[in-house]
Design a protein around this ligand. Structure first.
Ligand SMILES: [Fe+2]
Ligand SMILES: [Fe+2]
Length: 277
């Protein structure tokens, strides 16, 4: 039975809130020149988050001989590359505890990290802000997770796996009265994150038009992540890399030269390292 949009929205409202400090830190990290002191100040307002950062700095990943006790030292040590996935995971703390997350959640988490890493690389190739692209990549599919949690993972997956209508957004609209791009936009606006991030989430399933906006870069990163095997929904066939390359609009010659295997291997290694923190 299809659900009315108002009912889905009411269920979305019941979801646990995202920790504001983790979101503010992700927002601050979209700026290349963000000062460590600003991050320390923000993190200090959330003792659980601060202890998670300290824990990460003292993890085997960094192999330090002595314990790190100061938050400032921990933030410098963990560095931007690990801090962002750490904050992302911390922001999802309440969702991590939700029943039925397991496999579905893992696929979504890996897709989001792959999207962030690819967005970062694509931004460097297009000379756009890498910090903004990374955070936009991390959060672009947040609407899918929220929708999944609001309606129930099993019900969501059953809809995602249907064959008709052809697009996942149409299937979501038909069943839940709203699609995950709209949900993502609503959430990012509610959390008062930059407008560009909300727009990128709203438009990440639009067809390529070749324009050089953050939204089109995220669209590219999301579809590339899926084509490299990091899809959010395994039951839903994703285009393979060759199909992805063939669908690229003109003006992206550099993307035509990407090699799928080394790229997939690098993503796999980075994401596996992130899962250790
Ligand atoms: Fe999506
Ligand atoms: Fe995506």
């Amino acid at each position: 039975m299809p659900t009315a949009a108002s009912e889905t929205l009411a269920a979305l409202d019941q979801l646990p809130p995202f920790p504001p400090v983790a979101l503010r830190m992700l927002d601050a990290l979209t700026r290349e020149e963000v000062e460590t002191q600003e991050l320390v100040q923000l993190a200090s307002a959330d003792p659980v988050l601060a202890s998670e950062i300290l824990h990460a700095a003292n993890s085997a990943l960094f192999g330090l001989p002595r314990r790190v006790k100061a938050l400032q030292h921990a933030i410098v040590l963990v560095g931007r590359n690990y801090l962002r996935p750490l904050l992302f995971t911390a922001a999802l703390r309440a969702y991590l505890k939700a029943p039925g997350r397991s496999r579905v959640f893992q696929d979504w988490w890996r897709h989001s990290l792959a999207g962030a890493l690819l967005a970062d690389g694509l931004a460097a190739a297009c000379r756009k802000s890498r910090g903004e692209a990374y955070t936009a990549g991390l959060l672009h599919d947040i609407g899918r997770l929220a929708l999944m949690m609001a309606v129930g993972a099993d019900q969501y997956r059953a809809v995602a796996a249907r064959r008709a209508p052809a697009s996942v957004l149409e299937r979501e609209q038909e069943q839940f009265g709203i699609d995950h791009c709209q949900v993502g936009k609503l959430l990012l606006e509610k959390w008062e994150l930059p407008r560009e991030l909300a727009e990128a989430s709203a438009q990440h399933h639009d067809s390529f038009r070749g324009e050089r906006t953050l939204a089109s870069l995220i669209r590219l990163a999301c579809s590339l992540a899926a084509a490299l095997g990091f899809a959010t929904e395994k039951s839903n066939p994703s285009p393979n890399f060759e199909d992805w390359r063939a669908a690229l609009p003109e003006g992206l010659e550099w993307a035509q030269r990407l090699e799928p295997e080394p790229l997939r291997k690098t993503l796999e290694e980075r994401i596996n390292a992130y899962s250790q923190i």
